[in-house]
Design a protein around this ligand. Structure first.
Ligand code: C5P
Length: 217
């Protein structure tokens, strides 16, 4: 089998961006991809769409068999759904993401994304999906800062939620992502840490772009 990591070794132009929810990695990844002319994959969508398929079928997202079947059956249409955000989808995504069979089913798709380079964001891109990525960024922020951002997003969309609820949900999801045995949320030893607690999106982008330029020079 052609291992894309081996095939690209020495010329792997993948930019891996990992970190917890609402740390700003999606915005950053999208801007980097647009600036560098690379395709972008939000890998959280794969887990969100898997969780949604399970819920639609009336299944339990924590059930390994059902969730793994849903991940294997995922189509491009699933990724374009408009109901992949919100507290229910968040929780289902974190549940299916803890199942090794689900992660295995989604690995090839992620590894074959953007054969000449790509920007991917998630939780395990720099540790598992592309351990030899050209650039690895670990983007984080304090829990209060991240919860406040998510709460503002939800409020702007008209989704009723209290800041306390959002904080509790985020704390629970962080704990699940960090504690699972399958590809836990972890900063790769060779990743650059960007703490966006006191940064706006523009500053985070400048810091990240400078790092990317340095690493890809
Ligand atoms: O990034 P996002 O918040 O959309 O991810 C939703 C969930 O999917 C996360 O809480 C995490 O459990 C899971 N995920 C993952 N690995 C990734 C991306 C997302 O486990 N690479």
């Amino acid at each position: 089998m052609n291992d894309p990591i081996v095939a690209r070794s020495g010329e792997c132009r993948v930019i891996a961006i990992d970190g917890p929810a609402a740390a700003g990695k999606g915005t950053l990844a999208r801007r980097l991809a647009a600036t560098l002319g690379l395709p972008y994959l939000d890998t959280g969508l794969l887990y969100r769409a898997t969780g949604r398929r399970v819920l639609d079928a009336g299944g339990d997202p924590a059930d390994p068999f059902t969730a793994t079947e849903a991940a294997r059956a995922l189509t491009q249409t699933d990724l374009g759904r408009t109901d992949l955000r919100g507290p229910v989808a968040d929780a289902a995504a974190a549940q299916v993401a803890a199942i090794p069979g689900v992660r295995a089913a989604l690995l090839d798709f992620q590894r074959s994304f953007g054969p000449t380079g790509a920007v991917l964001d998630g939780r395990d891109i720099g540790t598992v999906v592309f351990p030899n990525a050209a650039v690895k960024l670990f983007v984080t922020a304090s829990l209060p800062a991240r919860a406040q951002r998510r709460w503002l997003e939800l409020t702007a969309k008209g989704t009723p939620a209290s800041l306390d609820e959002v904080t509790d949900d985020m704390r629970a999801r962080d704990a699940m992502d960090a504690a699972r045995t399958a590809a836990p949320l972890l900063q790769a030893p060779d990743a650059t840490l960007i703490d966006t607690t006191d940064m706006g999106p523009d500053e985070a982008f400048s810091v990240a772009l400078a790092k990317v330029r340095e690493m890809l020079a």
